[in-house]
Design a protein around this ligand. Structure first.
Ligand code: NOJ
Length: 510
């Protein structure tokens, strides 16, 4: 039934989940060294705007990130943009060769909506965009690397933003049209799909804050965005289920981001605040899709309804789903894609009535990080590996242990090839993940490092480097060079085990 070029072991084990549990023999082996089972897969990730460049060539349309970075360079830390980025549009073979060197079994990348549909709508398909992704997918298959494709990683066509972007309910229909083009065009060659990447981030930071489209309307537009994105996800999943699954097969999920939220103290108040925060930050998108009952988390519903009423609004700022929509969205997944980077402590926020409505005020909880947690190059990212295990167990207990693919985990440090801190970061997070799987029984089938390459880190420009490969932005060729962490990750991906002899990767340098 599958096209013959769909590779064997690597792609079949990814997401089928059948070979994920370890037997007792394997368990003994695992006890002596930290090893993941045979069915567990390792991969790397990128996203279109962050690596492709070629922002206006071969018929590509403008995206909301093109517009923001060009119109407001001052909103980007280094005043840069993704016009050229890593030039990956011209480097299919070179980039895939890096993945071959790493020994990974899958590659998670995203499709640029305005590159495929320059006007946002499906009446005109840009052939050169199709050619690029077809070449990339074919090169991956030639090398036995499974493509994992995200349909939307934040680069909305600017012309759709002119209509209100994700605050406009019609965007869900347009997303269905776009998804249909992708499934018709690439469905035979791609078996693993993610509808959206991190809806919390692009709704809260984009519509509630100053990432593109920088609507800065928290407590209103962020909720509208979330509502339409959830509808769009459910609609595309149902379309996939009804019209494509039998024909082309495959698996569809969504990637949600979840930083672990730990109570700041053992007080009942802080325990409750932390749980409320989890429901706002993660449950907002997870509860409607992954919970048994569906719909928004009850605490989110009641807090925003009450606040809206008290603030004199005649309707809740959090829109309501119809009962048909609740049913359509509930259970609309084959697996959960999970992005995890860091942990926060949570305490009850002071109730400041009548302040400007916002997501944070609605939650009435504040999150912060300890100063003595190890720092990285990102202000928001402290190294807290134990949070990973706690979060995975929370997901297991709240959503009936869904099949989960870690679609991102990674860290930024200053430029340098001897990135021993990154090696330690990955190693410590993988150990936490290993415990969650093999001691606690969390159903996790694979791990994706973010990112293959240094790339354009949104409003932080090129100042934060997450790559296993360094990109020399001064060189005309945008030269890629392996960091020490690439060597470490190659070892892990090829053996499935974490090295006992850490010395190879941790010698001190600069
Ligand atoms: C989440 C996003 O999906 C990705 O685009 C971003 O670069 C990384 N996290 C690091 O912040």
């Amino acid at each position: 039934m599958w096209p013959s070029f769909v590779p064997g072991i690597s792609s079949c084990s990814l997401l089928l989940g059948s070979s994920y549990r370890v037997n007792s023999y394997q368990r003994n082996v695992l006890d002596s060294q930290v090893c993941f089972s045979n069915g567990f897969s390792f991969g790397v990730a990128t996203a279109s705007y962050q690596i492709e460049g070629a922002w206006n060539v071969s018929g590509k349309g403008e995206s909301i990130w093109d517009r923001l970075t060009h119109a407001h360079p001052e909103m980007i830390l280094d005043h840069q943009n993704g016009d050229v980025a890593d030039g990956s549009y011209y480097k299919v073979k070179e980039d895939v060769a890096l993945m071959v060197e790493l020994g990974v079994s899958f590659y998670r990348f995203s499709v640029s909506w305005p590159r495929i549909l320059p006007n946002g709508l499906s009446n005109y398909v840009n052939e050169d965009g199709v050619r690029y992704y077809k070449e990339l997918i074919a090169e991956l298959h030639r090398n036995n690397i499974t493509p994992v494709v995200t349909m939307y990683h934040w680069d909305l066509p600017q012309c759709l933003q002119e209509l209100g972007g994700w605050t406009n309910p019609i965007m869900a229909d347009y997303f269905v049209d776009y998804a249909r083009v992708l499934l018709d065009t690439f469905g035979d060659e791609v078996r693993i799909w993610l509808t959206f990447n991190e809806p919390y981030s692009f709704c809260e930071d984009g519509y509630g804050g100053l990432d593109a489209p920088a609507a800065n309307s928290s407590g209103f537009e962020d909720y509208m965005c979330g509502h339409n994105v959830l509808r769009a996800h459910g609609m595309v999943y149902r379309m996939f289920d009804n019209e494509y699954r039998e024909k082309i097969g495959g698996h569809m999920g969504i990637t949600l981001d979840f930083a672990w939220l730990e109570p700041a103290t053992t007080s009942v108040e802080d325990q409750q605040a932390a749980e409320t925060a989890r429901q706002f930050y993660f449950g907002w998108f997870a509860h409607p899709i992954f919970s048994e009952s569906g719909d928004y988390p009850p605490i989110m519903r009641s807090l925003i309804d009450e606040n809206s009423k008290r603030q004199g609004f005649h309707r809740s700022r959090l829109p309501y789903f119809t009962s048909e929509e609740v049913e359509m969205i509930r259970g609309s997944y084959d697996f959960l894609g999970l992005n995890h980077y860091t942990t926060y402590l949570v305490k009850r926020g002071s109730q400041r009535l009548n302040v400007q409505p916002s997501f944070k005020e609605d939650m009435n909880a504040v999150r912060f990080q300890r100063d003595d947690w190890p720092k990285t190059n990102s202000t928001w990212l402290k190294v807290v590996p134990w949070g990973f295990r706690k979060l995975l167990n929370w997901v297991r207990l709240n959503y009936r242990n869904p099949k989960t693919l870690i679609t991102e985990n990674g860290v930024a440090y200053p430029r340098g090839l001897r990135d021993t801190k990154r090696v330690k970061f990955i190693d410590s997070y993988l150990r936490s993940l290993h415990t969650a799987i093999y001691q606690d029984g969390c159903f996790v089938i694979g791990y994706t490092y973010w990112s293959l390459l240094d790339n354009f880190e949104w409003t932080r420009g090129y100042t934060e480097r997450f790559g296993l490969y360094e990109v020399d932005y001064q060189s005309p060729d945008l030269t890629r060079t392996a960091k020490l962490s690439a060597k470490y990750f190659t070892n892990v991906a090829k053996t499935g085990c974490l090295p006992n002899n850490f010395a190879d990767y941790t010698y001190d340098t600069d």
